[in-house]
Design a binder for this molecule. Sequence first.
Ligand SMILES: [Fe+2]
Ligand SMILES: [Fe+2]
Length: 339
Amino acid sequence: MIAKLFEIQQTPFQAKPPLYLKAGKKFFSLIKEPGETEFIHQIDYIRVPDKTNEFLIYRSLNDSEKRPEIIVHTKSTLASQHDDASEILAKKIGFWSYKDILSPEALASVQLPSPEVATKEHIQEILGYDKVTEGDSLRFFNYVASTSVDMPNEFWPVMVLWLCDEMNHHAGFKTAYHKLFGVAPVMETALAVEESDFGQFDSIMKEPFKLLVALTYDEASTINGYKHDLAVYTKIGQPFTNFLRRVNADESWHFSKFANLAAKYFPERIAEVPKILEEVKSLDGRPYKRTFLFDHDPSVEAQFTKAAQDKACEIVLKVLTRKMDWWRSQQNGCRLNSY
Ligand SMILES: [Fe+2]
Ligand SMILES: [Fe+2]
């Protein structure tokens, strides 16, 4: 029996669906199941009715017992896992919790810099924005699950891991925000009931390939944004700098996963990518409406310029071209070592 690495607890998920969902429609649920096996610890359970199997989420040690990993199973894949490890639906090595970095002791050193270095208002604005946008990942997950968009089966296990990461990011930003600025219950209540507007992105979100390209772009843009914000966040202490570096490593993993899915399932559609990216650019950079996707509002974060959008598109096009070429070569019977 391996040592228990993580407490069995509800965080970082929210047990209740977000308030924007109408009564009776519950697309995300969490039930604590504190059972454990010799191999893993089961802590979370996600089911998206009519959309996904019942996913079981585990956090465990890998074989070397050094790096935690997070694994997505269904009950049937779990039953066969000892015979065939390939039955694991999705896996991420190097799982971490914000609590590892922003511990109470570490938080003690997190403080506002002098006003000449960065103003309190500026830090509060960007930290508050990152807290909200990361947390809106749950709204995004629920919205995609509520639509009829027919994503590849492999999409959902990846999304489950993605959601674990994004909610972990949200919890870390929230912890730092509350440490620096305290808790404002009235503001938190207002944020909780504020509506999302996903309808503005319908042309992208109702078509699987477009949505995967958009998600790849969104992660690329977020990576660039956090790199830019690091200059400010560094001023509030080393623990938070460490936290942001881990966050951005996760965003890179998300970028890579969404790009892989787009390339693997739609390798013939490479010629469409530039046009889709133009559409994506026309939708991004708007006033933020609680969508998680396209959360690059230049009125809040000035680095999201047209040049930054172009840079993100350039990266996406380059990576997708390489990956889609590889998948087409596989279909044509050519053999390459990797993509
Ligand atoms: Fe994130
Ligand atoms: Fe991400």
